[in-house]
Design a protein around this ligand. Structure first.
Ligand code: GUN
Length: 296
């Protein structure tokens, strides 16, 4: 079998189109322009690239983008004061603090100071609790993007065996909650799982989010399974720099029914879902109908 390639780049473009259409309607009918504030502390080059892309795509869908770049030595008090200002600014509907923060800043404290309704990353403890109890919340962008692609491919996910490899707060845990919400039978596996190969082989849906290059080979994949590869690992092979996922693509694609490539799979969906979350937050803040198909 050769797997269908799930084209995350094309899917993300569709999500952005939906977001842009909704933004246009909000502006025209309600006179409201959704706004996203991104806060970057320090000058980590990779974070700067992410933040620039976020700002560019925010403007492209017609939303307002507010970028706050602070020096690496910014005090916690100053950062908290900025977040407080953004919490109280009616033009700001979404707030994202780029992680990782410099070591002297307490990330949990900072994230939990964001107003939960503006927490478009879905990292605030209130949103984590709401998601875990099946209530309306802001949902972390990467797992939301994975869920959208899975729903698109399968229609209903009900009753399927889903295995999530990786237990991070950003991807693994919320991914498992979302799959449970769609009535999958969910296993969270990780580096200490016994016989990980056998666990993976039982999956109709296999989500890999461990951050280890090509850790999951094709013979861990059940024939016909859907493989979602969240990993983005930079490696060097034959003197060339290369991006690979957590799944060994060639061998897995020979067995799976469908698979996301790296790059061009899950990656592009993350920012698209950030834009979707910002529109959702804006609608909720204004008591307006939420866009369909852009939330969990
Ligand atoms: N750094 C890498 N990915 C993310 C993300 O999804 N959100 C935030 N806030 N920081 C990140």
């Amino acid at each position: 079998m050769t797997a269908k390639i799930i084209d995350g780049k094309a899917f993300a473009a569709q999500v952005r189109e939906k977001v842009a259409a909704h933004v246009a309607r909000l502006k025209e009918v309600q006179g409201v322009t959704p706004g996203l504030a991104v806060v970057l502390v320090g000058d980590d080059p990779a974070s700067e690239v992410y933040v620039r892309n976020k700002g560019k795509q925010t403007l492209e869908v017609g939303m307002n983008s507010f970028e706050h770049k602070l020096p690496a030595e910014t005090s916690e008090a100053d950062l908290l004061a900025l977040i407080e200002r953004l919490n109280n600014d009616p033009a700001v509907h979404g707030i994202l603090v780029q992680l990782p923060l410099p070591a002297h800043l307490n990330s949990d404290l900072v994230i939990n100071s964001i107003a939960p309704g503006k927490d478009v990353d879905g990292f605030h403890i209130s949103n984590v609790g709401l998601l875990g109890t099946g209530q309306k919340s802001m949902v972390p962008c990467t797992p939301l993007g994975c869920l959208m692609m899975l729903r698109d491919h399968h229609g209903s996910l009900s009753g399927l065996n889903a295995v999530v490899v990786g237990r991070s707060n950003i991807v693994g845990k919320p991914m498992a909650q979302l799959l449970l919400g769609d009535s999958c039978t969910v296993t969270i596996a990780h580096s200490r799982t016994k016989d990980l190969a056998a666990v993976c082989k039982g999956a109709d849906i296999l989500v890999a989010a461990v951050g280890r290059p090509e850790m999951i080979p094709g013979d861990w994949v059940k024939p016909g399974a859907t493989v979602i590869d969240v990993g983005i690992n930079r490696i060097e092979r034959g003197g060339k720099k290369k991006l690979v996922g957590d799944v060994h693509f060639e061998s897995a694609a020979a067995v799976a029914g469908a698979i996301t490539p790296v790059p061009g799979g899950v990656g592009p969906m993350t920012i698209a879902c950030l834009l979707a979350n910002t529109v959702t937050a804006c609608c909720r803040a204004n008591g307006l109908r939420e866009p369909e198909g852009l939330t969990a």
